[in-house]
Design a protein around this ligand. Sequence first.
Ligand code: HEM
Ligand code: HEM
Length: 214
Amino acid sequence: MATYEKHHAWSILLRLFHWMFALSIVFLVVTGFYINNPWTNTMIEGSASFPMATMRFMHYIAAYTFSAAVAIRLFLYIFGNAQERVWDILPISGRNLNNLKMTLLNYSYISDEHDSRLGHNIMAGTSYLITFVIALTMILSGFFMLYPEATFWQGWGVKVFGSQQSARFIHHILMWWFMIFPVIHIYLCIWNDCKGPEGLISSIFTGVKFKHKA
Ligand code: HEM
Ligand code: HEM
């Protein structure tokens, strides 16, 4: 019978980041769709219930939560534990490139071999890094739209997007990443949890993973 031992993988801060990020995205996507194309009767917009104001308010509360989560992740990429630092997931070292190759073969059912590691596999880690960069773009375009006359946001906003209109367009297009990514992400987490008994899904709640005893 195989024996497993417990390993601490994720700090409390990383788990806090994860759930702040995941939950705020749900609110941002729903309220974002409303801002783009309000589905209530426009006659009530001018009344006391004013749903557009409520939706925008919820969008901004979620946006601040989202931005705080991204700041936490930036801190952890530099100062987090060994699994959380950016070096652990960058596909640049020989070990990481080999993990990327093995994960690709394993995920496409070409090979059964699995390069087990405590942190993220490199394919997952790279997708999280891309998500982080897209999240930064959402923050910049969002704050540029929110505070168009603030020197800081205007300076960067104009430099990166050119105009408010293109910032809004990019903000909208990139929203789709936050709908498509979680579907694939949750599917792959469940797939991995079924294939390997390391307790992957519970690790994002408890911080603990299980490994074969050497
Ligand atoms: C994953 C994160 C986010 C998603 C999915 C999202 C989604 C959206 C969408 C779909 C819209 C409507 C754009 C349109 O009309 O087509 C919107 C508008 C907006 N968002 Fe976000 N957003 C996110 C993050 C943020 C952040 C971090 C901020 C920062 C404050 C922000 C501020 C705004 C502002 C100011 C608007 C324009 C509101 C208006 O025109 O009245 N968003 N967002
Ligand atoms: C029921 C929903 C969810 C579950 C069960 C879940 C589960 C997990 C698990 C198990 C991990 C660690 C996986 C690994 O080691 O590679 C993880 C990481 C991650 N998840 Fe989720 N997730 C959920 C929703 C979301 C959503 C909605 C997002 C946002 C788009 C998200 C974004 C991320 C990110 C960015 C990471 C990497 C954490 C890091 O930066 O180290 N997750 N999730």
